[in-house]
Write a protein that binds this ligand. Structure first.
Ligand SMILES: [Zn+2]
Length: 125
């Protein structure tokens, strides 16, 4: 098979159900079994409540175009797809808590070291 782009390494345990689902043509998303939060990318902790009880759900695969960019130059030599091509961000209908443009947010200050505190943002409650 002729590979026309860099491929991910789907061997991390936290991402394996996602890649196994893709091989079976099912879009699987991680979902926290404690708070119900659906998120992506796969990780070992829920990004909302930090629970380690992560399950999986099959998404419908339907969504809406949230944002896009038309690339007129390949950004990496490993890409053999001839530009222009579209880079798109899709809002899945199965992720009710996903971010949206114009949604209200609020600052959350996160101390990352003794000298640095980062201003991060979360959806406003
Ligand atoms: Zn959670």
């Amino acid at each position: 098979m002729d590979v026309d782009r860099p491929l991910p390494t789907p061997m991390t345990p936290e991402a394996k159900p996602f890649w196994d689902g893709c091989r079976a043509e099912k879009l699987m998303l991680p979902r926290c079994e404690d708070c119900g939060h659906v998120f992506f990318y796969p990780r070992i902790l829920c990004p909302r409540c930090h629970s380690r009880r992560i399950g999986w759900m099959q998404a419908s695969g339907r969504g809406t175009l949230h944002s896009f960019e038309i690339a007129h130059q390949a950004f990496q030599k490993a890409w053999k797809i001839k530009p222009p091509y579209v880079l798109a961000m899709v809002q899945l209908e199965d992720s009710p808590k996903a971010i949206k443009c114009d949604m209200p947010v609020e600052v959350v200050f996160t101390k990352v070291s003794d000298d640095v505190t980062l201003p991060l943002f979360q959806p406003r409650r």
